[in-house]
Design a protein around this ligand. Structure first.
Ligand SMILES: Nc1ncnc2c1ncn2[C@@H]1O[C@H](COP(=O)(O)OP(=O)(O)OP(=O)(O)O)[C@@H](O)[C@H]1O
Ligand SMILES: Nc1ccn([C@@H]2O[C@H](COP(=O)(O)O)[C@@H](O)[C@H]2O)c(=O)n1
Length: 210
């Protein structure tokens, strides 16, 4: 079974995707990490983020970069969003994501274009969202422990500009697939959001199995 989960930054899609992966004993891939790794690799190469050719060279990163702590910070998220507009960068990362999805038994993947581009024939598709203000609060609470200079307003601004860039780009924009169920977690705690997600997966599986 392949479960495709999409949604905007800090919507809680990773939290739900990890829980579904545990629930159904499936491997999980956070595809945002791949774009974040390209961003950090670009910085390490002293590349120019406005040049597609520099960003493409940065796609050739070592797997060990995926566990680099720099991937988690907000500047990296912003740079990842900037380089993810380049068609050649998206193309360079497709095979890795599709190979992961195609493994025996299936997988859970989350990102921006999983249900629309990477695995459009996924068995289950969810689009997870929450208001920008709620997402900013959650991300602020998560990051402020390691970065006391961070402010809620900076995070909210970043989230809004990332939403706009991710959903308005030409190549594989962030959008809900027509056959995805919407899960708005704005007013849900983590446990309730996971419970709703499991219910939606079960509903979609019943529809597929007739
Ligand atoms: N329903 C929820 N209620 C409260 N907090 C939540 C909820 N879902 C997730 N969170 C928290 O919000 C933060 C962002 O969640 P998460 O990392 O799952 O989002 P994401 O969509 O995968 O983010 P990104 O793709 O931008 O990395 C985390 O600190 C997580 O613990
Ligand atoms: N399938 C995807 C996943 C991510 N992106 C871009 O990467 C940025 C960082 O992603 P996070 O999920 O870690 O926040 C994101 O803002 C997207 O621009 C993507 O394009 N496609």
């Amino acid at each position: 079974m392949i479960i495709a989960i999409d949604g905007p930054a800090a919507s809680g899609k990773g939290t739900v995707a990890r829980a579904l992966a545990r629930h159904y004993a499936l491997p999980y891939l956070d595809t945002g990490l791949l774009y974040r790794a390209v961003a950090v690799s670009l910085l390490d190469n002293q590349g120019d983020s406005s040049r597609e050719s520099d960003a493409l060279s940065a796609c050739d990163f070592a797997d060990s970069l995926l566990s680099d702590s720099r991937l988690r910070n907000e500047q990296t998220g912003k740079l990842a969003s900037e380089i993810s507009v380049f068609p050649k960068v998206r193309q360079a990362l497709i095979k890795r994501q599709r190979d992961f999805a195609a493994q025996t038994g299936g997988a859970v993947l989350d990102g921006r274009d999983i249900g629309t581009v990477i695995v459009p024939d996924a068995d289950v598709k969810l689009f997870i969202t929450a208001s920008p203000e709620i997402r900013a609060k959650r991300r602020y609470d998560e990051l402020v422990k390691n970065n006391p200079d961070l402010t809620y307003d900076i995070i909210l601004e970043d989230i809004k500009s990332r939403d706009l860039r991710d959903s308005s780009r030409k190549e594989a924009p962030l959008k809900q697939a027509e056959d995805a169920d919407l899960l708005d977690s704005s007013l849900l705690g983590i446990d309730m959001a996971i419970e709703r997600a499991v219910a939606l997966v079960e509903k979609q599986l019943k529809t597929v199995q007739g």
